[in-house]
Design a protein around this ligand. Structure first.
Ligand SMILES: [Zn+2]
Length: 237
């Protein structure tokens, strides 16, 4: 049996990268129209900052679904058709790209099982977080041994949605209904995900409270339209 490693989690911001406006500057996504060379330079920079080979960074091509895939080794291309990745392989850095959606970084340190999940409104409605916990348990984790970090995302005071949509999401993720600063119906996706993770048996949920729409050092799709993506990353060192 391998000895469980230490869990590392990192969330990136906009600063220090090679991308030009409107992707300035540390955009890590290839699907948003940025110069591929700049994105690759940014990914090499991220690998250097984390102290890992760039080939050990694993990317997803999110589809706003609830599919979670287990991987055991490096992937040169983005893993397609899923919004969550699970691994037990030390050194493999699982990433979730976002710009208002929620990056969820999960780990059972004792069992040596980790997951990275991308959860927007649709993912919350489909309980992708609960599906990630199930996939981790299938890989050897115990739900009660899992702790979660919810990275920066648009907050419930900023994320305005139609009332029917708010009710629909809150039914699937109780606690996600919010009121915006304009006094209109809103969604607090992280509150809903917290409910879903606790319902799945996760022992601890920690929130990075920063709002992407309010914080200029973070990418926000709702604020800026065409823009880059930050990454949440988790790995076993
Ligand atoms: Zn906000």
């Amino acid at each position: 049996m391998s000895r469980p490693g230490r869990v590392r989690r990192v969330v990136t911001d906009r600063s220090g990268g090679a991308s030009a406006a409107p992707y300035d500057a540390f955009n890590l996504a290839v699907h948003v129209g940025d110069e591929p060379g700049a994105v690759q330079a940014n990914r090499v920079r991220l690998a250097g900052l984390l102290g890992v080979p760039v080939g050990d960074l694993v990317w997803m091509d999110p589809i706003h679904g609830r599919t979670v895939r287990r991987i055991d080794g490096p992937h040169a291309a983005a893993v397609s058709g899923c919004d969550g990745l699970v691994t037990t392989t030390p050194g493999l850095v699982l990433t979730a790209l976002s710009a208002d959606c929620v990056p969820i970084l999960l780990a059972d340190p004792g069992a040596g099982v980790i997951a990275a999940v991308h959860a927007g409104r649709t993912g919350v409605r489909l309980d992708v977080a609960g599906h990630a916990v199930a996939a981790m348990v299938a890989a050897g984790a115990s739900a009660g041994g899992i702790d979660a970090l919810l990275g920066p995302a648009i907050c419930g005071s900023c994320y305005e949605v139609p009332l029917a949509m708010q009710r629909d999401v809150d039914a699937a993720a109780p606690g996600s209904a919010s009121r915006t600063t304009r006094g209109t119906p809103g969604l607090d996706l992280r509150a809903g995900i917290r409910t879903q993770l606790m319902a799945a048996g996760v022992s601890q949920v920690v929130l990075d409270p920063r709002c992407t729409a309010e914080e200029p050092t973070l990418f926000s799709h709702r604020r800026d339209g065409i823009t880059g993506r930050q990454a949440g990353a988790v790995w076993l060192s």
